[in-house]
Design a protein around this ligand. Sequence first.
Ligand code: G16
Length: 504
Amino acid sequence: MDLDSITKHSALHAKPSGLILQYGTAGFRMKAEHLDHVMFRMGLLAVLRSKQTKSTIGVMVTASHNPEEDNGVKLVDPLGEMLAPSWEEHATCLANAEEQNMQKVLMNICEKAAVDLQQAAFIVIGRDTRSSSEKLAQSVIDGITVLGGQFHDYGLLTTPQLHYMVYCRNTNGQYGKATVEGYYQKLSQAFVELTKQAFCSGDESQSLKVDCANGIGALQLREMRGYFSQGLSVQLFNVGTEGKLNHLCGADFVKSHQKPPQGMEMKSNERCCSFDGDADRIVYYYRDADGHFHLIDGDKIATLISSFLKELLLEIGENLNLGVVQTAYANGSSTRYLEEVMKVPVYCTKTGVKHLHHKAQEFDIGVYFEANGHGTVLFSKAAEMKIKQLAKELEDKKRKAAKMLANIIDLFNQVADRQVICTTDAERQAVTPPGLQEAINDLVKKYKLSRAFVRPSGTEDVVRVYAEADSQESADSLAHEVSCAVYQLAGGVGEKPQPVSEDI
Ligand code: G16
């Protein structure tokens, strides 16, 4: 490691003094203009992680659902999963090191993580469409090259595509080709096959309206739709030519406002969905014949997928264990339905796909979704092999079910000061500030079928307040009362809450 060269280059990406950041729910996020040094340093860190794991590591430049002015970076581990927690700590130390301590911090990481500096390193990079992303990706590359790492810059990619590239490269192409065409081919083929098997004759041609949040999803889906032209006709909205990224559109907007995005006209019973800024969230919705809006969020997606999978498992007669993982945001009724009606075990983890992903790996088939539309289905290697074997051996109906499961496996890309508030019990209980949880408990008692909790966001400088109750009005009112309690008991963090505010 050429420490002098690192010092020299680091000075070109100097850290604003006094700036302290934390590797949060999904990496580092903040106003783009403060992130140059973080990007350079994450380039360095990715090289060390690659040397240590002897594998390709991914770096994604995006602030996902955050406003256009923000940006961020997340590192992707060898199997396409989120960075290991011990390395999140290294990332935080490195991002916060003062210039004069850079060498010491890097040496410390190498020592603690037993990094073999002689080992080669390879990094893949992707970025979203934010105007700041290209330059920030270049800072990542500066960090990689100063440590002698090799890299491939994919340019514009969705976050799931970058996860896919990392996984493909680390499995020698067995999972698929590490190219955007490879990605489109693999997923569209599984989709077309699955829809052929699932539909009754007469309903083969489906259509879908997609709100692309004015982000990267528009560019990639425009290319991808050519690959499944027979099975699905896709119409794109909010493609980034006029509107602002994530502004009045996108999955987060639709989920939190429970209404369609701007710029999309919906007729009754048309299928519609929204991505977020880096296309790793999806929520579906439609209007019924009376014009009422219905949202199919992550909770409902998890329920639909679980029942579909359960049916197929029954059909093939295999006793593979299926579990569902949710977060505290999951609507209570969805949890009750899964447990009591579908008899599926449900687990609750902290917010952040990295936590859900980890828990879902404990099952033969682990379905995990956050209410906000992040999620996937994981199949254990043993379950995957069994299903693919049965798809060859079984006969007639059973074989068809096994083939459908095999296509589902290929279709799911399986690759996760507000700090005054501390939480426990998968973030459902506030431990500090004193008295806050008691206040929330008292407020919840005032409403029927209600639940509420608060937690500091890991991606934005806000406290998130969640409330549910037997009616929209009661849920809004409970949310407002809880927001006021946070404002008072947490010493006035954020702006004074307005009625029906979710984030303060
Ligand atoms: C990220 C994480 C998600 C998490 C979301 C909200 O999403 O990947 O798992 O649910 O942040 O986190 P918070 O409430 O802590 O701000 P994204 O889509 O922004 O990458």
